[in-house]
Design a protein around this ligand. Structure first.
Ligand code: C2E
Ligand code: CA
Ligand code: CA
Length: 285
């Protein structure tokens, strides 16, 4: 059946191949189109909101920061998480609008509640790969911070190794200009991908975020635990602060404390919560 085949273009050699449109591929396309429509709609009609996941400081014995995580409000197709919609938005450029929304929302929330006077020293904000490729990124971020009068040291920007690979020079220029003002950077998702140590000394990171997959495998596997222990030691020797993600039990927190982690982020402490709950939660700890 000819209609069951479609040309898959942009093969590395410039050619194209016929791939069979299986039930599964069709379903996935259908879902992607539905999600893309929801994203477009959300950009136009305030369909997003920001959640905040508290981050626990071992040294201070309390929440000292938080990561801003985007959420779609109610959709017709139920919960659609950022793991699903961020990569789609990244493919078609909508991520730039989303990135601006996220940063503005975070600054508004921080300013309205003077979070830094409530023990939340900074908020961590995720930057997408495409944002890092924009030569004007630094100017845009500084402009929004100025608008809300956010002290520059109250923002920490999280970037992934992929951003460093894809947008090397532009990212470095952006980082230099922002670091110059006092903004700090974290390398996110360490332990996934290549986790090339070169990125750690090639870029001026203040913080490394150990991905939950790396944390979890160290809890299950002795060799992985040895790797993690020495990785942390090495990073500490380079004066980097270490955040462990995906901490779900007290036992994990204790093991990671012994290894020298500085901060914990995970369901054991708190799930990401909305603004109102976040304010309540930081008041309690
Ligand atoms: P990420 O940056 O690695 O964010 C951490 C993710 O781990 C969050 O998922 C958080 O809910 C989850 N998490 C934290 N602690 C635990 C735990 O103890 N157990 C488990 N099972 N999960 C935990 P979330 O909010 O679904 O976000 C998924 C990804 O979507 C993020 O991964 C990030 O890559 C992306 N993302 C989220 N918000 C934004 C945003 O505002 N901008 C951009 N560019 N990307 C975002
Ligand atoms: Ca992150
Ligand atoms: Ca992460």
């Amino acid at each position: 059946d000819i209609f069951k085949y479609v040309l898959k273009e942009a093969e590395p050699d410039g050619g194209s191949v016929l791939i069979e449109l299986t039930e599964e591929i069709l379903e996935r396309r259908h879902r992607e189109n539905a999600v893309l429509k929801i994203i477009k709609d959300a950009i136009l009609n305030q369909g997003f909101e920001m959640y905040y996941q508290p981050i626990y400081s071992v040294q201070k014995g309390r929440y000292a920061s938080a990561e801003a995580l985007i959420r779609l409000k109610e959709t017709e197709i139920g919960y659609v998480g950022p793991d699903e919609f961020i990569p789609l938005a990244e493919q078609n450029g909508m991520i730039l609008d989303i990135g601006n929304y996220v940063f503005r929302e975070v600054c508004r929330f921080m300013a309205e509640n003077k979070l830094w006077e409530q023990g939340i020293e900074y908020i961590e904000v995720n930057l997408s790969v495409m944002q890092c490729m924009q030569e004007t990124l630094h100017a845009k971020l500084l402009q929004i911070m100025d608008e809300y009068q956010i002290p520059y040291n109250r923002i920490n920007l999280e970037i992934t190794e992929t951003a460093a690979v894809v947008s090397n020079d532009t990212l470095k220029r952006n980082m230099d200009k922002l670091i110059d003002k006092g903004i700090t950077f974290a390398l996110d998702d360490f332990g996934t991908g290549y986790s090339n140590m070169a990125y750690i000394f090639d870029y001026s990171f203040d913080m490394i975020k150990l991905d939950k997959s790396m944390v979890w495998s160290a809890m299950e596997n002795e060799k992985a635990q040895t790797v993690l222990k020495h990785t942390i030691k090495m990073m500490k020797d380079m004066n980097l602060h270490i955040v462990a993600e995906g901490v779900e039990t007290l036992e994990q927190a204790e093991i990671l404390t012994k290894m020298g982690c500085d901060y914990f982020q995970g369901f054991y402490y708190s799930k990401p919560v909305n603004e109102q709950t976040f304010i309540k939660v930081i008041g309690e700890k």
